[in-house]
Design a protein around this ligand. Structure first.
Ligand code: ARG
Length: 476
């Protein structure tokens, strides 16, 4: 059935109807569409295009539809192309000819652009809450278990000791930037396109500012051609979502490794792991693996969106209908991934003993020893060399740096050319060896980076406090 058949004499080929239909996807926009229509009715009434009675009838009809949509009782008709036509047909069936006045001064082109911006606003609000939820979980765990020391890694090799809290707070930083990016996207999308019409602007004296204010927008779009064809917000949203997923995938990847018994730093809750159909011993971190994989899906959506927009001439083109799948799926995947990682994080068990064991094995305090030598007057490059010799010697003896005897320190310093090294070799017996052994302990090494942003316990303590305070100030 054609909704506006005047120009046509034949029906749409069912094959074409099937290929162009979007209602299965865009029905997600139903409530936004109705909210937009209610605001448009207000605009039409203010412009004298609807009587007070007509306006009231339309608003009541639209509200009734909204209830049905919310209750899940609305009967979607796949024969009607999209969400807009479904709702318009339902309104017409109930109200009769007055429903035909709703589309005055409006096109589905500005209508769908409006719906998407309304959807985006509420979706970003929900995702922000999910991000805050994960931040809270990370800060909780940092407070509860954060004193554990683990071997921080670069190149996946043991590097320097860090506090578990410091590691967890790194993800809080990423999530804060993710929140900022979504907020930035929401801020730029905060303009109402309603009144842009099909492309040239509505042919009636609609007060666009007033309708925009009714819908809670900060203002209106300035160019009708741009308004109906702009999907920058979809790209910005998917870029922010893809990057947030990248962050989640890094956390997920670490939990996959850390839960491997060879690490044994983490045990996932039984409720957050799965078994194997064949191997009775298996406990698999599937939820983390799926978050990791779905990152590719959202990154793909970003690429799809850019591809859809590339080279599109002004103004609205039907290509733009293809924005919805990527947008809706990207948002759904990010939301569920955030909630999954929150649950996993809250219920897993850290094993500080296994972390410490790993840290003690990796000679991760060598930099601390080198730094201590610098404080005793060695140029850093020489100190680096001496500490390297000490690592080699500890490897040879199968011991830790803080277990080396005085002779080992004397030999490492004595093997250097510089006068400072020789002077220090003489001082090994009179306290220097003890100092270096102390610097080689995990506690001393983790306490050393006291710079802003470093892993020293007092810094991390402050960072937890600051994060906690910031999160406590957020509503919800
Ligand atoms: N389903 C369409 C979309 O999402 C609505 C706008 C259609 N406009 C049109 N002129 N065909 O883009």
């Amino acid at each position: 059935m054609r909704m506006w058949g005047g120009r046509f004499s034949g029906e749409t080929d069912p094959l074409i109807a099937e290929a162009t239909r979007s209602v299965d996807v865009d029905r997600v926009l139903a409530v936004d569409d109705i909210d937009g229509s209610i605001a448009h009715v207000g605009g039409l009434e203010r412009a004298g295009l609807l009587t007070r009675d007509e306006s009231r009838t339309l608003v009541e009809g639209l509200r009734a539809l909204r209830e049905e949509v919310r209750a899940g009782t609305f009967a979607w008709d796949p024969a009607l192309e999209d969400v807009h036509l479904n709702l318009e047909a339902a309104l017409t069936a109930r109200l009769g000819p007055v429903a035909g006045k709703l589309h005055t001064g409006r096109s589905r082109n500005d209508q769908v652009a409006l719906d998407l911006r309304l959807w985006l606003r509420r979706t970003i609000r929900e995702l922000d809450a999910d991000m805050v939820g994960l931040e809270r979980a990370l800060v909780d765990r940092a407070e509860r278990d954060g004193e554990a020391i683990l071997p921080g890694m670069t190149h996946v090799q043991p590097a320097q000791p860090v506090l578990l809290a410091h590691h967890l707070l790194a993800y809080v930083e990423m999530l804060e930037r993710d929140r900022g990016r979504l907020a930035d996207c929401a801020r730029r999308a905060d303009r109402s396109p309603l009144g842009a019409g099909a492309l040239a602007g509505a042919g009636f004296a609609l007060d666009r500012e007033a309708t925009a204010a009714d819908l809670g927008f900060a203002g209106v779009t300035a160019n009708s051609l741009d308004a109906v064809s702009d999907r920058d917000f979809a790209v910005e949203f998917l870029a922010a979502a893809a990057l947030a997923m990248v962050h989640l995938s890094r956390l997920a990847e670490e939990l996959v490794w850390w839960s491997n018994p060879a690490f044994g730093w983490v045990t996932l809750a039984d409720a957050h792991a799965t078994g194997s159909s064949m191997m009775p011993n298996k406990k698999n971190p599937d939820p983390c693996e799926l978050v990791r994989a779905r990152t590719a899906r959202v990154a793909g959506h970003l690429s799809t969106m850019l591809g859809v927009l590339k080279g599109l001439p002004l103004a609205y083109q039907r290509d733009l209908q293809e924005d919805k799948g990527p947008l809706f799926d990207g948002a759904a995947v990010l939301g569920s991934s955030l909630r999954v990682m929150t649950a996993v994080m809250l219920d897993l068990a850290f094993d500080p003993g296994r972390m410490r064991e790993a840290a003690l094995r990796g000679h991760v305090t060598a930099t601390s020893v080198a730094d201590a030598l610098v404080e005793r007057g060695l140029p850093f490059r020489v100190a680096h060399h001496v500490a390297g010799r000490l690592v080699a010697e500890a490897e040879r003896r199968g011991c830790r740096l803080d277990e080396l005897d005085d002779d080992a320190f004397r030999a490492a310093l004595g093997a250097e050319d510089g006068p400072e090294a020789h002077r220090l070799a003489d001082e090994v017996g009179s306290g220097l060896a003890g100092e270096l052994r102390e610097a080689a302990t995990l506690e001393a090494a983790v306490a050393r980076p006291r710079v802003v942003g470093g892993t020293a316990p007092e810094r991390v303590h402050d960072a937890i406090g600051a994060a906690r305070k910031r999160l406590d100030h957020l509503a919800g």
